[in-house]
Write a protein that binds this ligand. Structure first.
Ligand code: AMP
Length: 220
């Protein structure tokens, strides 16, 4: 199954992608995670991307497409994948289409998670993650037992640089300008499915499952 999880920053793409990985046994490909790993490892890619990411801008299409085409050529992608945070521009979507068409594949569904801007800002600004094990928290919705400390491993919780207020505003504006037009792009190819992205994580999982399990797909 070849899927795209689509939506603005804070819509829950990463959370729902984890569930899809477990339920359907396909890998999650998050361009944000790949870029953050490069920043952490201080590779030349990471050094180039860091200031753009911190400001909430988009890394160039060339760079992101290089990362994605390399990742999609790996053997674990042969039976499908769930893309999270990619594509984010029309040229990225065009290039994805041509990479897949060379593999005789196509996207089965684009699941668009719909969440209003007030809730997105509230979700992003309260988001924290453990600096050691990566477990995610939210200061209001899913707080740790002890303020600022991971329940699992006791390490400090950190806020992503791009979850600070100035970056969040920019990320939402960039989404509206450059990424939201992809909804019309995928609507016209018949694969877009809009899902209410509010409510509990399990409610949203059920909505996604009713789409993925309710329909047969052409790709094996
Ligand atoms: P995310 O974790 O998906 O919110 O991505 C974090 C940041 O990584 C974004 O704000 C961008 O700066 C960069 N990024 C991730 N995916 C892409 C992409 N497909 N195109 C351009 N930049 C990206």
């Amino acid at each position: 199954m070849y899927l795209i999880l689509f939506g603005p920053p804070g819509a829950g793409k990463g959370t729902q992608a984890e569930f899809i990985v477990q339920r359907f046994g396909i890998p999650q490909i998050s361009t944000g995670d790949i870029l953050r790993a490069a920043v952490k490892a201080q590779t030349s890619l990471g050094l180039k991307a860091k200031s753009i990411m911190d400001a909430g801008g988009l890394v160039s299409d060339d760079v992101v497409l290089g990362i994605v085409s390399e990742r999609l050529s790996m053997p674990d992608c042969e039976r499908g994948f769930v893309l999270d945070g990619f594509p984010r521009t029309i040229p990225q979507a065009d290039e994805l289409k041509s990479i897949l068409s060379n593999m005789n594949r196509s996207i089965d569904f684009v699941i668009s998670l719909e969440v209003n801007n007030i809730e997105l800002v509230q979700r992003l600004s309260g988001r924290r993650a453990c600096s050691a094990c990566g477990k995610g928290y939210h200061v209001v919705n899913a707080p740790p037992r002890l303020d600022g400390v991971c329940d699992i491993c006791g390490s400090a919780l950190l806020q992503r640089d791009d979850d600070r207020e100035e970056s969040v505003t920019n990320r939402l504006a960039v989404y509206d300008q450059q990424t939201a037009p992809l909804k019309a792009y995928y609507l016209s190819s018949g694969v877009l499915r809009s899902v209410d992205g509010t409510g509990s994580v399990s409610q949203i999982q059920e909505r996604i499952c009713s789409i993925l399990e309710g329909q047969s797909v052409d790709n094996p």
